[in-house]
Design a protein. Structure first.
Length: 396
């Protein structure tokens, strides 16, 4: 009994929607032929560069077609809410039941599903759409178009190279068989809710070697032409990862799921707490910030204002002299409670800066007991501040 294309009324409507305009536009046919030739040349170039014959090439080809491709991997699991199309190719790991339900919801709400694979791990995914993979006794090298009216009338493909050992057997659901070999279906399509699903029982068709065959390249172009322009495609090859099946981060697993990693974490935390409690600082020591230190001009103006208010020049002079001598004693560690001559000798012995007797004359002028004028007092205050800056003496 020969397989024929089975269409329900709903399936026929879906098929008409995905078909293109009537085949009477030479320009589009020429464009498709050119693209097919370029696609085949591009694939041959990859092979000539030493790429594996059966390695993945879909991501590169889809990007050439201006689609936005998101490769699904362990680091970037599937995000179905962000895709227009989910493309599963040559999976070697069976999707979980939860993942299959999520995929069905994705298609039911308007997404497009393309499954290309002949591995038995896909059995549950096929069963989710009332399809079954049957092992063939004879390898299906080529498959012929089943519908008399081509699904893609502008660029009909009568024969494709599938090179598969399994066939698709539908049950309990009306599907459209697109390509088959006698009773063995190779490609079927069906509508589910608001979306559409394509099932292709072949890993080979969309590999580098498979796309070198003209029929396969044209079929791939026809299939992609049914998708929206710049569609977002989630592409999973070899393995379909979701948040459920995403492997843990290797570093996190090493540090927090092994005895050695946990021991290292505990040691680091303990050492950090110990250093914090000890108050240990790292790096070179920094000078203490003197936020309240006044500038020399500010000090002179303050002393002048003090004089103007109290009109006591000798008191201001004594204040300047006592503070200056106390700062000198602290700076060079000299006893403050000695007479002036001894004080100067000890300062000189300690290495105090006294070029041209600048310091000696300044202290002797400050020791005067006679009445001084306002100008003299201001001059002494400026000389004191100048020496402070020269000797880098901090004000108390």
């Amino acid at each position: 009994m020969r397989i024929t294309a089975v269409y329900s009324k709903k399936s026929m409507q879906g098929t008409e929607n995905i078909g293109t305009s009537p085949p009477n536009t030479t320009i589009r046919i020429t464009r498709t032929s050119i693209f097919t030739a370029v696609l085949m040349a591009f694939t041959c170039f990859l092979v000539s560069c030493g790429a594996p014959r059966y390695g993945p090439v879909l991501d590169q080809v889809l990007r050439k077609l201006k689609f936005r491709v998101a490769e699904i991997s362990a680091g970037y699991p599937a995000r179905l809410d962000r895709y227009d199309v989910l493309f599963l190719h040559a999976l070697r790991k069976a999707p979980t039941e939860t993942e299959i339900r999520d995929i069905q919801d994705f298609v039911n709400t308007g997404g497009t599903l393309i499954v290309a694979g002949d591995n038995e791990v896909l059995a549950n995914l096929y069963l989710g759409y009332d399809l079954e993979l049957q092992k063939l006794t004879k390898r299906m090298i080529f498959s012929q178009r089943i519908p008399e009216e081509a699904l893609f009338p502008e660029n009909p493909v009568d024969e494709i190279r599938t090179a598969t050992d399994v066939a698709i057997e539908p049950f309990g659901r009306e599907v459209a068989v697109l390509y088959a070999r006698e009773n063995d279906a190779a490609i079927v399509t069906l509508r589910d809710g608001e979306g559409r699903a394509y099932f292709i029982a072949s890993d080979y068709m969309f590999t580098r070697d498979g796309l070198r065959y003209g029929g396969n390249a044209t079929f791939f172009y026809n299939l992609m032409s049914t998708l929206p322009r710049n569609a977002r495609i989630g592409l999973a090859q070899w393995r379909y990862y979701t948040l459920e099946t995403q492997p843990p981060n290797p570093f996190t697993s090493l540090m927090f799921r092994t005895p050695g990693g946990l021991a290292a974490v505990y040691i680091c935390v303990t050492l950090f707490v110990f250093l914090v409690l000890r108050g240990r600082r790292f790096g070179r020591p920094l000078d203490a910030l003197e936020k309240s230190r006044r500038l020399s001009s500010e000090y002179v103006h303050a002393m002048t204002a003090l004089y103007q208010k109290g009109n006591t020049r000798l008191y201001v002079l004594k204040h300047i002299r006592d503070n200056f001598k106390a700062d000198l004693a602290t700076r060079w560690r000299v006893d403050l409670n000695v007479d002036t001559d001894t004080f100067l000798e000890e300062l000189t012995a300690r290495g105090a800066m006294d070029d041209d007797n600048q310091l000696t004359n300044l202290i002797l002028d400050l020791e005067t007991s006679t009445r001084i004028s306002e100008a003299q007092l201001r001059d002494l205050a400026h000389r004191v501040e100048a020496y402070r800056d020269l000797a880098k003496i901090n004000r108390r």
